[in-house]
Design a protein around this ligand. Sequence first.
Ligand code: C2E
Ligand code: MG
Ligand code: MG
Length: 589
Amino acid sequence: MDERADDGPAMTNTDAAEQHALPGFEAVARLAAHTLGVPLVALLLGDGSAFWYAPPGLPETLPLDDALLSACRDIARHGAAEVIKDARADVRFLPAGADPAHAAVGFLACEAVYGLDGQKLGALFAIDRKPRLSLGNGELAALRDAAALAGTGAALRSYLHRIDPATRLPHRNAFFSDLRAQLPYDSGTAWLVVIETAPVARFDAFVRAMGYTYADALTRATAERVQRWIMPGMQLYQVAPSRLAVLLPNQREAPTPAQLDALVEVLREPVDCLGISLSLQPGVGLLEVEASELRGGDPLRRVMNAAWMAMGTARGWALYDRRDDERQRQEFFLVTELAAALSEGTELELHYQPRVELHSGRCVTLEALARWRHPTLGAVSPATFVPLAEQAGLMRTMTDWVFDRGIAQLAAWRREGLDVRLSLNVSSIDLDNQLQPRLAAAAQRHGVPLNRLELEFTESTAIHHNELTRDTLVALREAGVGIAIDDFGVGYSNLDALRRMPANSLKIDQSLVRGIDARWYDAALVSAMVALGHDFGFRVVMEGVETESVLATVRDMACDEVQGYHIARPMPATQVAGWLHGHAAGALG
Ligand code: C2E
Ligand code: MG
Ligand code: MG
């Protein structure tokens, strides 16, 4: 029994940079330290890592300082077994001329450590402060046994260093160390294929529904398919939970388009995993990695971009494209900037564009349009930032901001005696049973009646509705809120669904209206839409009235309202009152 065992924790250490502890090292080292009666046992491995153990409770510890470490590394590199009975007489431990009375190390015994395949991995050291006259056979045997056990631990560690225990696939560490090994001289290139098995949100949904055991089984099942596809010499890795990578052997040509098509095809077949059949939505990316990129670059990030771009496409695979990458980085930058702009509220603004009633010439409604002026990028179009807000989960925050800002402004105009309605654009993401309470809360906050507000949904949002969205729209209508179907005529409408829409207004898309005076077929189309809209009981609004001639054509079609640059461009709130006062009835001519 080790009488020092209860004197507090033993001191063990690994190189700070090392990711994995060495399984079983402390137990092995404690046995060796006890049997040999030494204050320090150290294990040095050929990969540069060092592990050491000092039994607790000794009056004087023996630190594995840099000098001792480098002397031991020297021994580990060269000899097999070695016993240095008096290290004070050895220049590796006591520099020539130094006083032996101050030597830190007096004795050292070393035994080589081998891996399971007999390959030398490093050496185990028993180190004492005082020299020794001899080392008994029993002690030597104990050191040999400890070295053998340390070898098993080291083999297990290097396995864990490469293999994910859950999926049993080599993981990202292994991927990078193999990639570096393939491009050792800062020159040359290697081809890399990355497979995203499913969109991350979808994979997370699998995990939430089925647990990690299922997700791991799914990754293994997918890996088996890739395994069947890969050619000799290629190596497969799992670089993230839903992401696999294949490294092609040095200087091999890129996989051919036919080979990549075959990979996508095999990945798209439904996977039968633990009795459940699932269709994945894979994306495969291809990248030629430059050796120089291994210093500081991130080839995995780049190829993931290609895989991500490929995910929703018919082909399912894509070669890395710098422009796509830059666009995605720019989008990411914009999303973070937009999130900041929304929380600070200083860079965002609403502009207002009048909608004018044709028969009276009066401005009946103002449409609020979001504007973002970024301090360095300048004006960013809503056509760019609205879809980004949708993708990044910022849409509700943005809509709430638009509601609040727009309705506050409407309340201010009403106090000045201006009586207009305000129309607000909303995204499909907003269309749920919270929409009505959100709008009602903003209206109440600013004391504006709901019947002075209208919401605009794009045609595709409004038409592809289910019962829940229909209920939401009906609730809004019943509360007095107007509903407009925006950008009508460019989607693929189901006319029966349109007829049943609980909407008041139909806004015909500007792309159809703009050339109406020059293109007879646009005129025919728009005039049919106006008739249909009226038959279904909607007010018909023409967007994109840019010229006098378009206005004249539109007037003949008996539509209800017009909106466009010819009437007024969207303008800041400060200009609206002036415009309204200047816009006399009949100003449309
Ligand atoms: P939209 O709702 O159809 O808005 C009309 C767009 O057409 C506006 O572009 C407006 O400036 C532009 N426009 C108006 N008259 C004319 C014209 O005569 N000719 C031409 N060529 N264009 C005209 P904007 O402001 O760039 O907005 C683009 C789209 O972004 C909007 O289309 C709307 O779908 C979306 N959007 C803008 N603000 C918001 C918002 O606050 N929330 C949401 N969800 N979407 C918004
Ligand atoms: Mg609109
Ligand atoms: Mg529109």
